[in-house]
Design a protein around this ligand. Sequence first.
Ligand code: NAD
Ligand code: IPM
Ligand code: MN
Length: 364
Amino acid sequence: MKKYKIAVIPGDGVGPEVIAEGVKILDRTAALDGGFSFEFTHFPWGCEYYVKHGRMMDADGIERLSQFDAIYLGAVGYPGVPDHISLWDLLLVIRKRFDQYINLRPVVLLEGAPCPLNGVRREEINMTFVRENCEGEYAGSGSWLYKNTPREIVIQDGVFSRHGCERVMRYAFDLAAREGKSLTSVSKGNALNYSMVFWDQIFREISAEYPKVETHSCLVDAASMFMVKDPKRFEIVVASNLFGDILTDLGAAIAGGMGLAAGANLNPERKYPSMFEPVHGSAPDIAGKGLSNPMASIWAASQLLDFFGHADWGKHVLKSIENTLVKRQALTPDLGGRATTAQTGEAILKGLVNTSPRIYCSDN
Ligand code: NAD
Ligand code: IPM
Ligand code: MN
């Protein structure tokens, strides 16, 4: 029987609450399937750990994580520890060191999920963001000269390598070709006269390799407007690290809220572990009260199942989230309900018991 070794980093704020529900879901899918199992190892890393030990993770943390098949992460960052320290020393270092250069973020309006847009049909919000995840505006290159003097100068470089752009675009083209969908590249070539002109050039080059894929290029400011006014334009979307970050929070807003936005940080070559996490942060405003919606983290668990070749279970988990939304009996306050995190998790778990994924798949 295949055993998947999963490193669990619940992290800060609502992270532990939502991750606990996702772990239960993964365990249940394994038990129901009978052909695979999970072994979870929890790591206490995060801001509390930083306050006690002066570091976000152990010195050999990356080496230890490299022994796992995947990482399941809650959220990182909490008031009291500067965000650029907590994120750079845990979340971002994992994405970079494990070359998780694809950040796959579905923006799909599930049945029953609230949408603030008028006159938009549910099927019209169905996109997949392929966000570059290792370089670009997040390269961490720059300098701070004459710090704390009147002359101080800050430079933050955007780093766009040919290798980095080509591989994220090829991934997006392959996905679009496989799914028979269009691909939109998000740009800002009118103002970013090096990075985005280069990005556009590489997008044109790679598109020549995929003559059957319909392509579009959209400036990021216009893209944010069209996501609200005409979201059906977007199917597969490829974007740089920062543009992808911003547009997927906008995506969350039109597809049910932060409590429903999931993401997979993939190393497609599987040389290193990939990481699965909700898009949202630690939500300090609601942390510790059982108010957080676990659907995003459970959706990320469904992406983990997909990645390990159990797409039937991945779909089944998603269907159970959708059924829970439609029934409206176990929704957290962000979705207008009064259920706790655990009650919502339990409802999704129950949905799994009642249906076999094979029956579910053959129905569809
Ligand atoms: P946030 O995503 O934590 O919260 C934004 C809003 O969404 C808040 O009102 C919050 O209550 C709500 N929200 C988020 N998740 C929710 C859930 N599961 N259910 C219901 N409501 C939810 O963003 P923020 O407030 O800008 O950031 C808080 C901290 O998290 C910061 O330290 C930030 O750097 C960090 N952060 C971490 C990650 C990550 O670890 N991947 C992502 C984003 C932000
Ligand atoms: C996300 C988060 C991170 C990002 C932050 C916390 C560094 O916002 O995963 O979307 O910008 O990638
Ligand atoms: Mn973000």
